[in-house]
Each structure stands twice: as C-alpha cells, then as structure tokens.
Design a protein around this ligand. Structure first.
Ligand SMILES: NC(=O)c1ccc[n+]([C@@H]2O[C@H](COP(=O)([O-])OP(=O)(O)OC[C@H]3O[C@@H](n4cnc5c(N)ncnc54)[C@H](O)[C@@H]3O)[C@@H](O)[C@H]2O)c1
Length: 262
C-alpha cells in the first residue's frame, strides 16, 4: 500500500516544476489526484502524461477568478472526486509576472498594479481556495490543507546573488509567501475541533536549469551546499499529504537544505 492510499488530492498550479512532480509522485503512491492549472502547455503536458490514469483528473482553473474558485469543489465532486487533501500550490513568480526576457524594474519603479497582481494570485487566491474548502469540505469529512510558502517567506533575499541574472527576487513574492503562513496559523485555530488541519511547506531553491554561476552563488547560502531537486521537496509534501501528518497543524516545514537555519 502506498502512503497516500485513500487520499484524494486537489492541487492548484499542478503543471509547474514542483506541481507536476507532486502529481507524478502522489499517483505513484496511491493517491487519486485532481490537478488544476491555467490552460496552456503545462496543462497539456500533465494530461499527456497522466490522462489515461483513472486516478487522475484535470480541470482548468485560474485561481485568481473568484467565481471559478467558488464553483470548483462542486464541479469536481459532481464528477465523483472527494478531495480530502487540498494544495494551495499555484503562484506567480516575478519572472512570470514580467514575462520572460523583460527587465525587472528596481524596487523604486515597481508598480502598484504588479504588486497587487501578485497579491491576488499568491495570497488572495489561497484565501479563496481555503474559504471554499471551508464551505464545501470542512466539517463534512476529515481533510487537510497545505499552503505553499518559500524560503523567502520569513527570510529576506540576498539580493546580490541576482546581480546580472535574468530574474530577481520580487518584493511582492516574499510578502505573499509570509502572508501564506499567516493564513495557515489563522486557519489552524479556526478549524480546530472540526477534523481539518492546515500546514505550510516552505521549499528552498529548487534547481530548474539555472546557470552554473547562479547555482554557485545560491549554494554558498545553503548548508547542504547545493540547490534542491523537485523530488526532494515532493518527499516532504507527500508526508504532509499523508495520514502520518495527522497530528500536525499550524506548522511551517522548511525544506531548504538549511538555508533558513543560518
Ligand atoms: N521552484 C522553487 O524554487 C520554489 C521555491 C520556493 C517556493 N516555491 C513555490 O512552490 C510553488 C510551485 O512552484 P514551481 O516552482 O512549480 O513554479 P512554476 O512557475 O513552475 O509553477 C507555478 C504554476 O502555477 C500556475 N499559475 C500561475 N498563476 C496561476 C493562476 N492565476 N491560476 C492557476 N494557476 C496559476 C502556473 O501556470 C504554473 O503551472 C509556488 O507556490 C512557488 O512559489 C517554489
């Protein structure tokens, strides 16, 4: 028996680097998986890889669209899925917000519009998914929510490592990731006694084709001396999604090779 037997996992932003790893690993470990993402190449890739698996379902979902989030659990339940694990994984990175290849503005030139777009996708959307979970799931059967933060939630970025790189650490990113853990601790108490737990996972720097120079700079800040692999984050995500994590709530788990401990 896999450690996720009996789990039905609902995940946002499932087609990304980490999301797609969670989907693959969770299916292999016995979970049924309801994957959601924006339409596009990532969504198509997921469906190409797992579409034949009867334990896999895919739904287009823009997490910043309130009406779509309000309808999503009823939609998937009408199709026979009963999610008991919900993963707030979708996020917009600074790079995605600006568009690949476009120069990042300095902090002084950052627009309120870009800041608020990031808030909407990374934080307001997580609140909307949690609120819908409260309306449609919590109290009806036992369930758990996992919010995804970052090593930049409670630690500032070493901005120097981004010097000359095509991407930077964007102010709204860290702000939203700190807020995510605020949502976790608030909800943990609110759901106490209702058979619903909620925790935060805070991944570190995950390797995704970064240049040798960037790897060298960031690795100096990591006790493990290297960037992480998506499967190393998935190892901990699978535990949090499993029954074995049933006595944990309101916690943040750092999976960052020691970055946050220095
Ligand atoms: N990769 C890392 O190094 C790292 C480190 C710390 C935290 N994280 C966090 O882990 C999570 C997954 O990151 P990733 O590396 O897989 O990123 P990614 O950019 O590869 O994937 C993010 C996914 O979110 C989706 N998304 C963006 N806006 C959306 C919207 N409005 N509605 C629905 N989906 C939307 C994208 O389509 C994409 O599939 C994010 O919350 C990210 O902040 C990643």
């Amino acid at each position: 028996m896999g450690q996720l037997e009996g789990r039905c996992v609902f995940i946002t932003g499932a087609g990304g680097v980490l999301g797609s790893t969670y989907v693959r690993r969770m299916l292999a470990d016995g979970a049924r998986v309801v994957a959601t993402d924006l339409p596009g190449e990532r969504a198509d890739g997921l469906q190409d890889r797992h579409g034949e698996d009867p334990g896999f379902g895919f739904y287009e979902l823009d997490v910043s669209d309130e009406a779509a989030v309000e309808a999503i659990f009823q939609r998937v339940m009408a199709d026979g899925w009963q999610p008991n694990v919900v993963l707030n994984n979708a996020a917009i990175t600074g790079e995605m917000l600006m568009g690949k290849g476009k120069a990042f503005p300095d902090f002084a030139d950052t627009s309120v519009e870009d800041f608020e777009k990031t808030l909407r996708t990374n934080l307001t959307a997580a609140f909307m998914v949690a609120r819908q979970m409260d309306r449609d799931i919590v109290g009806n059967y036992p369930a758990t929510l996992i919010n995804v933060a970052s090593m930049y939630a409670l630690n500032g970025a070493h901005h120097g490592i981004y010097e000359g790189m095509p991407f930077k650490n964007f102010s709204a990113y860290g702000v939203t990731k700190a807020g995510i853990h605020g949502l976790t601790v608030w909800l943990a108490g609110y759901w106490a006694g209702r058979q619903a737990t909620v925790n935060t996972i805070a991944p570190g720097a995950v390797y995704n084709g970064h240049s040798g120079e960037f790897q060298r700079r960031v690795s100096e800040l990591i006790m493990a001396g290297r960037m992480g692999q998506p499967d190393e984050i998935a190892d901990v995500m699978l535990f949090l999604a499993s029954e074995a994590a049933g006595y944990m709530t309101g916690q943040m788990v750092n999976v960052d090779g020691g970055f946050s401990a220095w």
